[in-house]
Design a protein around this ligand. Structure first.
Ligand SMILES: Nc1nc2c(ncn2[C@@H]2O[C@H](COP(=O)(O)OP(=O)(O)OP(=O)(O)O)[C@@H](O)[C@H]2O)c(=O)[nH]1
Ligand SMILES: [Mg+2]
Length: 350
């Protein structure tokens, strides 16, 4: 099934109300036989072209959260497959990045999670085990090409966003850090300021919701994610601000919340594009603070030798083989944690 908004076809799934054309009022359609009705959590990834949106989806499909904290989670795509899922499988099997998105796609994946059991000690010293909660929901994921965000009024992305509950706003530091921008060698790749993507998109979304009678700030739950943390220049920038946490030989992280927000603010303020300094105030102007959370993520993670701990001298995860970039070992950082927090924020909305 597909829907056309403007010039872009957003592939849809029967279980993806996020982009289904508006239905006439009436009783809701029955769920497919044998399948209990369950909530759909529509989450849209937005970010500049080449910012890492599709690679983040690959990390959701192939990775999982820190099981010590969150338990076991996985994403299950529909059995009928799709061009997006095929590309995510193939790129992971070939240890390469997915191709740049040409046509916007939307998938409904099933997410199954099982939080860890918790042991509680009672007053008399007796311990009881509290079963970890099991959750299952439909995750409607929309992966637009970055270019769609520059002319949101005509590409259909606003309709998608109006119906979504969660937004993952990917901020690509390699388009901001002076030393990273200087290394980009492709003369055809024009650097479009990140501000331009978000300014056009958020103003468009605000106008559309205002026309629909919405009041106050945007109703969405927001994950602001600084991407590509494994990139050596991004890692160095976070280290120079003393924001990196190294726990027990594992991959480095910038903790979510305040440390990630500080990193995001600093990147925007010092960006090669002066307008990017306005992105943080744009986030607070449009989104409710209690529904906004900051993260630093890497869809591929750092290289860690299976026999050893993380090694400061050998963590580059992207190697160039001929003209292709090869990923040594996909080991995402903070991707599932971000997704689970966004889901929980939507689920416990107040
Ligand atoms: N080091 C590093 N590079 C990344 C990561 N994610 C993406 N990249 C790089 O960024 C490029 C673009 O990533 P995509 O996931 O295709 O970006 P996108 O936002 O989907 O781009 P469009 O589809 O063109 O809008 C990749 O080809 C990689 O070179 C990451 O986690 N770490
Ligand atoms: Mg893409």
């Amino acid at each position: 099934m597909s829907a056309t908004f403007g010039e872009t076809r957003y592939e849809t799934d029967r279980r993806a109300p996020v982009i289904a054309p508006r239905q006439p009022p009436g009783p809701a359609p029955a769920p497919p036989p044998g399948r209990p009705e369950r909530p759909t959590t529509p989450i849209v990834l937005v970010g500049p072209a080449g910012g890492g949106k599709t690679t983040l989806l690959s990390a959701i499909l192939h990775g999982g959260p820190d099981t010590d904290v969150y338990g076991e989670w996985r994403a299950i795509p529909p059995s009928h497959g799709s061009a997006l899922v095929d590309e995510l499988y193939e790129s992971a099997e070939d240890r390469r990045f997915p191709e740049a998105t040409v046509e916007a796609g939307s998938e409904t994946w099933t997410v199954r999670g099982e939080y860890r059991d918790r042991t509680r000690r009672g007053l008399l010293g007796r311990t009881t085990v509290e079963r970890g909660e099991r959750v299952e929901f439909d995750l409607a994921v929309v992966d637009p090409p970055g270019g769609d965000l520059l002319s949101p009024g005509s590409t259909g992305i606003l309709d998608v966003l109006c119906r979504s509950r969660g937004i993952i706003l990917l901020v690509d530091p390699t388009k901001m850090l002076r030393e990273a921008v200087a290394q980009q060698t492709d003369p055809a790749a024009e650097l479009v300021p990140t501000f331009k993507y978000f300014n056009r998109l958020l103003r468009g979304l605000d106008s559309r919701l205002a026309e629909q009678g919405a009041a106050g700030r945007l109703p969405h739950h927001l994950s602001v994610c600084v991407s590509k943390f494994d990139d050596p220049m991004v890692y160095a920038a976070a280290k120079s601000l003393d924001l990196v946490d190294r726990n027990a030989g594992r991959q480095p992280t910038v903790p979510s919340g305040d440390p990630a927000a500080i990193f995001f603010g600093d990147l925007c303020r010092r960006s090669v594009e002066p307008n990017d300094a306005r992105i943080p105030e744009m986030v607070t102007r449009y989104f409710r603070p209690e529904r906004t959370r900051y993260h630093v993520v890497s869809a591929i993670g750092f290289y860690v030798d299976p026999e050893h701990d993380f090694d400061e001298e050998d963590f580059l995860n992207v190697v160039v083989e001929g003209r292709a970039k090869r990923i040594r070992n996909q080991n995402p950082v903070n991707v599932w944690e971000t997704l689970i927090e966004l889901y929980e924020s939507i689920r416990t909305e107040h």
